[in-house]
Design a protein around this ligand. Structure first.
Ligand code: FEO
Length: 394
């Protein structure tokens, strides 16, 4: 696509990656993504906000050429991760006069990751500004959105917040702005669950910090821009601050249907008690969907057969991932089957120390579940429904 003008002298010059399906060799991208980069022309200086993934550096430079840009004074690096900073060396080859503007921590990371020399940098403190002549860039230090070095850039006169990963979504679209709120909500919640949720406490602080700015447009570095910023701000506020809902997330594996039978029974028992359940067969599930479900769940129930004396490896992977994502869960339990013993419960419990949960009595069936196992599952469903009620999770 051609570069597009947001306002006079402010352009989208990034790249849409329609076909990428995996990020960090980990995160599924069912809707592709984009690497947004923005060019701002002031009366005296020109700045480029973030670059693009190196795989698409030619797209960025072609956009700059189409706009006839023969000089860039500042490359603003809001974030050192390579999907935004990886094309900086190429941009510097073409615009050797440009200085990189970033936080002191980001400078160190860019020197390490991209081998950029010291003299290429200007570091900025929180709330420091740089003038482009008739336009002013204010830098807002915002650690952990999503690395420790991140900052946001606020274009004062135009009230645009360039937020990089913060408020972003992996969504390839030709639309400059959000046009389908439902689709955006799903993509942004997935993004929050996968990328932001581990840093919930600092997300809360950063949300408080941006409250004091008047913002007409949020321009993230993934997905469409927000010309009605209150929509995404409200969604983020809910994900970061709200108590969990009356929701159980149930990731599981079954090899010979014993665990599947227990899962099916428990899901029904919980639904009968008014609890929402989100069930994920880990043999086929998209882990982004699981991450998204964990954003507002109160309880996780992990279902596993016993394999070689421990949990199924896919279950171990999901438990490790849930532990790393640090969702705001309050309760956890384990259900599953075994044939001759093992340590599945102890091993899974040992994998989730970051989850500050109360562990509820597990239910393990020897072989295919029988009456006593179903009774235990009913008791577990009773306990969960009661606990959710006591905590007013709705
Ligand atoms: Fe889109 Fe943390 O990079």
């Amino acid at each position: 696509m051609k570069p597009r003008e947001i306002k006079t002298g402010i352009y989208c010059v990034g790249a849409i990656d329609w076909d990428r399906r995996l990020f960090d060799s980990l995160i599924p991208l069912p809707d592709g993504t984009s690497y947004n980069s923005y060019l701002i022309k002031g009366s005296e200086k020109t700045a480029l906000i973030d670059t693009v993934d190196p795989a698409m550096e030619e797209v960025l430079v072609d956009h700059l050429m189409q706009l006839g840009i023969d000089n860039i004074d500042y490359v603003i690096a809001n974030h050192a991760e390579q999907d935004h900073s990886g094309s900086i060396p190429y941009v510097l080859e073409i615009y050797p006069e440009a200085q990189i503007v970033c936080t002191p921590k980001c400078k160190g990371m860019l020197m390490d990751l991209l081998l950029i020399p010291d003299e290429s940098f200007i570091t900025v403190e929180d709330k420091e500004t740089i003038s482009l002549g008739d336009r002013t860039l204010e830098f807002i230090h915002a650690p952990w959105v999503h690395w420790p070095e991140t900052m946001l850039t606020y274009l004062r006169e135009d009230k645009i917040l360039f937020s990089c990963d913060f408020f972003g979504s992996h969504l390839a679209t030709t639309d400059m702005y959000v046009t389908d709120g439902g689709q955006l909500y799903e993509a942004a919640k997935r993004y929050y669950g996968e990328i932001m949720m581990p840093f919930r406490a600092t997300i809360q602080k950063n949300l408080e910090k941006v409250k004091s700015y008047t913002i007409d447009i949020i321009a993230p570095s993934h997905g469409p821009m927000h010309d009605k910023p209150e929509y995404i701000l409200k969604a983020y506020h809910s994900w970061a601050f709200d108590e969990p809902g009356n929701i159980v997330v149930l990731p599981y594996i079954s090899m010979h249907d014993s665990t599947r039978e227990m899962v099916g029974y428990l899901v029904e028992a919980l639904a009968q008690r008014g609890v929402t359940v989100k069930q994920f067969d880990l043999a086929v599930t998209d882990i982004g969907k699981l991450a998204m479900a964990l954003v507002d769940a109160a309880t996780i129930i992990i279902g596993t057969p016993t394999v070689l004396a421990g949990p199924h490896p896919n279950v171990a992977y999901a438990a490790f991932l849930a532990n790393a994502l640090r969702p705001n869960l309050k309760f956890a339990s384990i259900i599953g089957s075994y044939s001759w013993g093992g340590k599945a419960v102890e091993q899974i419990a040992g994998m989730i120390p970051n989850l500050k949960v109360e562990l509820l009595e597990p239910v393990l069936s020897k072989g295919f579940p029988e009456e006593a196992d179903f009774t235990a599952l009913d008791n577990l469903a009773d306990t969960i429904a009661q606990k959710h009620k006591e905590h007013h999770f709705a």
